[in-house]
Design a binder for this molecule. Structure first.
Ligand code: CP
Ligand code: NVA
Length: 301
């Protein structure tokens, strides 16, 4: 494993090995054991979109591992004025040991890896959000002890989160049911791949997706970059909400997850969100541990 560009590049074994290391690093942190796994290593963090969790968890994670993280806003970088990614990649490879990038086009992340000579980590694109799903998988295993036999339901937009959750679920052997409107389906190729595994169902019925689920997941209706479509999307996604009524169709011990930020009253009700706040904020915390594991795997040697 040289980069983390998208989850589908990783084998099941690589994913499980990141989760195991994440568990170990969490244990060490909770027990006051501090080890400089990445002493002196430098991570550049390029942000072309806003972030709370990704920015802070990568920066704190790098600090805790004995390394250094540089926050690089695209507003200030020459990339924001049109310097090509190919050149940015080659320049930054001379200074840094790794790059985390949050941007729009997946191609930009792939190009950084192609032209640079250091590990690249995808911190979210329009296509996928692999770091989030690694933390999600870690959280599911913490709560449920296993992936085997579990059913996850994703309700809402077939967006970057849905794409990565499909990959994460199929690779760990969970069933996943995605409920979304016909005109907001997840990536076509991923859907075909997921269906081939026999583990993915895509439906327009929220009720069918939630039926018997062990894990319910949702995300915003309008992602970063889609602010102009907000009104239209509110209309398209009416009914694609996790609420007090439809959650009754899930298993009694269902866990509810959200990558955050959440829009209460849209994709999830205030009541369901708060009743499951423990899971949701454990999930947010696990971003730190899972990403530390990713950084150790990619930057250690
Ligand atoms: N879930 C997530 O990636 O959050 P941020 O946008 O705050 O980084
Ligand atoms: N789908 C959301 C996820 C935010 C973490 C977005 O891309 O804005």
């Amino acid at each position: 494993m040289k980069h983390l560009l998208k989850l589908s590049d990783l084998t099941r074994e690589e994913i499980l090995s990141i989760l195991n290391l994440g568990d170990q690093l969490k244990f060490e942190r909770n027990n006051g054991i501090q080890k400089d796994y990445l002493k002196g290593k430098k991570l550049g963090m390029i942000f072309q979109k806003s972030s709370t969790r990704t920015r802070v968890s990568f920066e704190v994670g790098m600090y805790e591992l004995g390394g250094y993280a540089l926050f690089l806003s695209s507003n200030d970088l020459q990339i924001g004025r049109g310097e090509p990614v190919q050149d940015t990649a080659r320049v930054l490879s001379r200074y840094l040991d790794g790059i985390m990038i949050r941007t729009f086009a997946q191609q930009e992340v792939e190009d950084l890896a192609k032209y640079g000579s250091i590990p690249i980590i995808n911190g979210l694109t329009d296509y996928c959000h692999p770091c989030q799903v690694l933390a999600d998988l870690m959280t599911i295993r913490e709560y449920k002890g296993t992936f085997k036999g579990l059913k996850m339901a994703f309700i809402g937009d077939g967006n970057n989160m849905a794409n990565s959750l499909i990959v994460g679920a199929v690779k760990t052997g969970m069933q996943i049911s995605v409920a979304c409107p016909e005109n907001h389906l997840p990536d076509e190729k991923l859907v075909a791949w997921g269906k081939e595994s026999g583990l993915l169902t895509v439906t327009t019925s929220v009720k069918d997706a939630i039926e018997g689920a062990d894990v319910l997941y949702t995300d915003v209706w309008a992602s970063m970059g889609q602010e102009g479509e907000k009104k239209q999307r509110e209309n398209d996604f009416k009914g694609y909400q996790i609420n007090e009524e439809n959650i009754k169709g899930a298993k009694e011990d269902v866990m509810v997850m959200h990558c955050l930020p959440a829009h209460r009253g849209e994709e999830i009700t205030e009541g369901v969100f708060e009743a499951h706040a423990k899971e949701i904020f454990d999930e947010a915390e696990n971003r730190l541990h899972a990403q530390k594991a990713v950084m150790v795997k990619l930057l250690r040697y």
